[in-house]
Design a protein around this ligand. Structure first.
Ligand code: NAD
Length: 322
């Protein structure tokens, strides 16, 4: 059986597959393949499985180029790069790595929240630019978090982990919006459920986004909703870039409609909306929220397990559709 891996993953994952007797080919370029390159690579052999990244668009055209493929296994928690309906029609499994790195993403969301509220990046630049002349009672005031409201948009694994840290670590009150009510979150963290995103945006001091990218969540945070937020509030996005209208966000940050934003993901990744990088009230990281050895280890185990199960004729554990 032949497996194609679209970008280098931890070496032990390749060994796990080879030890099962599979032939494994890996893209040797140190960048994502273009769709044309992916189609060309998949046309070279009769592949049975493909291990994919979020940067690989898996649509009808790609599936047509590789008719023997039984599974596209994402090395990612999200799966917005898949055309689910096409795969269902063709009875191809699509899998992801739920939970693989979720706690790390929560830590990263908190790194962004604290960087904003403690003005870490601005302070660092201030010193490096030679501006620090000694203690100044008026210098770079941030915001205290204890007693304030943390608004969680999407209360799944990561949203829950962020709420846990907010409640137990920083003494924040938890408000949340989700399409499904999360009674456990309410019980564990005295979280208050709101049935609309607008209600959470109006009351939260920090808004942290943890929804998947779907048609229903594309531009969930738009110009109109940014205006509903408090002027003193921070918006943090570690979910997917297109959940936030980035052009509208730049305007809101410029006009001080909100106080700041922490972003790990971008609407036009790796490009940034015009003007974003010039703003001092935004803290950015290059989509590294799940970037730890531990998370990559878990993602390797989950994605290769999905492939091995499929090739052994079993249903893989993490199919993204019902
Ligand atoms: P999850 O499936 O456990 O939780 C998602 C939650 O969003 C669920 O509770 C679901 O009911 C809710 N939801 C779905 N549609 C909604 C809508 N329209 N409005 C409100 N809520 C809605 O997923 P998770 O593990 O918590 O991950 C969340 C997202 O984080 C992933 O889909 C992925 O896109 C992103 N992520 C980003 C990184 C990164 O590196 N920045 C890493 C991992 C995951």
């Amino acid at each position: 059986m032949n497996i194609y891996i679209t970008r280098m993953i931890p070496e032990f994952g390749i060994k796990l597959l080879q030890n099962k007797g599979y032939t494994v080919d890996v893209n040797t370029k140190d960048r994502p393949l273009t769709k044309k390159e992916l189609i060309k690579a998949l046309s070279k052999k009769q592949y049975d499985a493909v291990l994919t990244l979020l940067t690989d668009t898996i649509d009808a055209e790609v599936m047509d180029a590789a008719p023997s493929v039984k599974i596209y296994a994402n090395f990612a928690i999200g799966f917005n790069n898949f055309n689910v309906e096409e795969a269902k029609k063709r009875k191809i499994y699509l899998t992801n790595t739920p939970g693989g790195g979720a706690d790390r993403v929560a830590e990263h969301a908190w790194a962004l929240i604290l960087a904003l509220s403690c003005r870490v990046v601005e302070g660092d630049s201030y010193i490096r630019d030679g501006k620090f002349k000694g203690w100044d009672p008026m210098l770079l005031h941030g915001s205290k978090l204890a007693g304030k409201t943390l608004g969680i948009i999407g209360s799944g694994r990561i949203g829950t982990d962020v709420a846990h840290r907010g409640k137990n670590g920083f003494g924040m009150n938890i408000a949340y919006y989700d399409v499904k009510r999360n009674e456990q979150l309410e019980k564990d963290y005295s979280a208050t459920f709101y049935s609309t995103v607008d209600e959470v945006l109006k009351i939260a001091d920090v808004v942290s986004i943890h929804v998947p990218l779907l048609d229903s969540t594309h531009h969930l945070i738009n110009a109109e909703r940014l205006k509903m937020m408090k002027n003193s509030a921070y918006l943090v996005n570690t979910s997917r870039g297109p959940v936030v209208d980035e052009v509208a966000l730049v305007e809101a940050l410029k006009n001080k409609t909100i106080r700041g934003a922490g972003l790990d993901v971008f609407e036009f990744e790796p490009e940034l909306a015009r003007g974003l990088a010039k703003l001092s009230n935004v803290v950015m990281t290059p989509h590294i929220a799940s970037g730890t050895d531990e998370a990559r280890h878990d993602m390797t185990v989950l994605s290769t397990t999905n492939i091995i199960n499929t090739l052994e004729g079993k249903i893989p554990p993490n199919v993204v559709y019902n």
